[in-house]
Design a protein around this ligand. Structure first.
Ligand code: FAD
Length: 497
């Protein structure tokens, strides 16, 4: 039996282990899978918001949703509220919401096009006009009804999840399913002819056929195989530092079923509400702001609640590997790459990496074509995400300091996005504009939530009938009212666990 050794026991190590084990070892054991992690080093332990597709990962792993939620202090997430990403308008703070909800196809057009052609265009926020999720969160409602089945809801949803507890939960589930577990620290990596042959701890030598590097930003194994194997995205995404503070709740705290991303002076702050505490953090440009000033700004942003709470400072490498798979070693998770967490995509990319790895490792001949295919696909995933995140920055009209002026200019480092933005001034952004990349997560619908949320509209000349518009609007309003009627209050759902 071939051996897979996964070095690293953070989210990436355990998600990959549980996935590969389920994929290959369900009926008979094809691979012996071991996770080696260091207690001395520990895991990053941030990364607490997800996109909605993570549900399908958990479901496919046969994990019970209720148990997952209970064990990780999770809450439900229907999307991200972006605040202050544009200048205030008429004295009002700018806000827009990016839900996971697709656009309904209504009549001739989808609801998105109908919204733009109707009179609501003038008076209503885009997301409120086209989806139910925005109305759910306004009324503190969860995405589920009393009758929702596990992993399904009235609208698509993800989670806010305690990262440390999730790694522990997955570790328990993976080891129960047969994954082997070693706690030790790798001190040396042996390579030969472009592959890893063994890793050493103080007391052991561990050999394997396949090594999966899940050691976090350091990329302990992959870095031994090829120099200059990193493509930095910091020219267009300069937020490369973070400071995180966990705060407690008061009795009045409303546990939000959405992530809040508030633009600050040199980046943005997250607010992620778990069942028992709120995770907050400031992702900022370390070339313009010191650690001390970042912490000060975050504390001022959080207010009283941050008093007495410790801050954790983090450095981030923004970019990805040029080669994720070299010889017999594959980098998954932070060791493969990282794009700042504005759209909560860390776990999602691990999910994609693990899935792709299983299909590629299924080959009876792990030749260069297989590696090339994996590398090309993963590279596409990161490039695609890079473009989507740059979109959030380059559309801003904020020019209050060097950071925001840099944000506006970031599109210059993403020429294909610049070109598309020009086109999307003249026509609707549609799926085929994005095809050719690897738009596995963010499609035209997601792009439109950001484009229209930030005031980037196409100029259209379309003949519409008032009756048709009214019909569509009434049908949409009815649907939203029905969903809101069925939805369980978020706090009731959380207190059930
Ligand atoms: P780590 O958690 O760093 O784990 C590394 C593992 O390697 C550990 O087990 C460690 O013990 C082991 N290791 C290291 N060296 C050795 C050694 N020498 N010997 C043995 N073992 C070793 N993602 C999201 O999906 N949503 C978010 O909202 C989100 N927010 C984020 C916010 C910030 C500020 C950052 C930095 C990241 C965020 N992420 C988010 C990304 C997410 O945190 C990571 O994708 C996730 O934690 C995976 O990390 P990892 O397992 O690759 O690395």
């Amino acid at each position: 039996m071939k051996k897979i050794l996964i070095v690293g026991g953070g989210s990436s190590g355990w998600m990959t282990a549980i996935y590969l084990n389920r994929y290959f070892n369900q009926n008979r054991s094809n691979f012996e899978i071991t996770v080696l992690e260091s207690d001395d080093i520990g895991i990053l332990g941030v990364g607490e918001a997800t996109v909605h597709s993570i549900r399908f990962f958990f479901a496919a792993m046969g994990l019970d949703e209720r148990e997952l939620i209970e064990e990780t202090n999770a809450t439900y997430k229907t999307g991200i509220m972006f605040k202050n990403w544009m200048k205030p308008e008429n004295g009002q703070t700018h806000e827009y919401f990016h839900p996971f909800e697709p656009n309904d196809q209504t009549d001739r057009f989808d609801v998105s096009t109908h919204w733009m052609l109707g009179e609501r265009f003038q008076s209503e926020r885009y997301d409120e006009g086209v989806c139910a999720s925005s109305h759910l969160i306004k009324s503190h409602l969860s995405p589920k009804s009393k009758n929702s089945r596990p992993y399904s809801g009235l609208v698509p949803y993800g989670y806010h999840i305690d990262a440390v507890l999730m790694a522990r939960f997955l570790r328990r589930k993976a080891t129960e399913a047969g994954v082997l577990h070693i706690v030790d620290t790798v001190t040396k990596v042996k390579t030969e002819k472009g592959s890893v042959t063994a890793v050493f701890t103080d007391s052991k030598m561990l050999e394997a056929d396949i090594f999966i590097d899940c050691t976090g930003f350091k990329g302990l194994l992959i870095d031994q195989l090829q120099a200059e194997n990193w493509e930095s995205f910091e020219d267009v995404l300069p937020c490369n530092r973070a400071v995180a503070i966990q705060v407690g709740y008061t009795e009045q705290t409303d546990i939000k079923p959405y992530t809040l991303a508030t633009a600050l002076d040199y980046g943005w702050a997250w607010e992620i509400d778990l069942a028992n505490r709120r995770g907050t953090g400031y992702v900022y440009d370390g070339s313009l702001l010191s650690k001390e000033d970042a912490e000060r700004e975050l504390r001022a942003h959080i207010g009283e609640a941050s008093k007495g709470c410790t801050a954790k400072h983090l450095e981030m490498k923004i970019g990805c590997r040029k080669q994720f798979w070299i010889g017999n070693c594959i980098a998954v998770g932070l060791s493969g790459g990282f794009i700042e967490p504005l759209e909560s995509t860390g776990l999602h990319i691990i999910n994609i990496g693990a899935k792709l790895l299983s299909t590629h490792l299924s080959s009876s001949d792990l030749n260069n074509n297989v590696r090339l295919s994996y590398n090309k696909a993963m590279s596409g995933v990161y490039q695609d995400l890079k473009q989507f995140i740059v979109l959030h920055y380059c559309l801003t009209d904020r020019d209050d300091n060097a950071f925001w002026r840099k944000a506006q200019a970031s599109v210059n480092g993403c020429p294909s996005l610049g070109e598309k933005l020009g086109v999307w001034r003249s026509k609707i952004c549609e799926y085929l504009d994005l095809a050719g990349g690897y738009t596995t997560t963010f499609t035209d619908e997601n792009y439109r939530y950001v484009l229209y949320g930030m005031g980037h509209f196409p100029s259209l000349s379309l003949d519409v009938d008032v009756a048709e518009l009214e019909r569509t609007r009434d049908a949409h309003d009815k649907k939203v009212a029905e969903i809101c009627h069925q939805a369980v209050p978020h706090k009731d759902l959380i207190s059930e666990y």
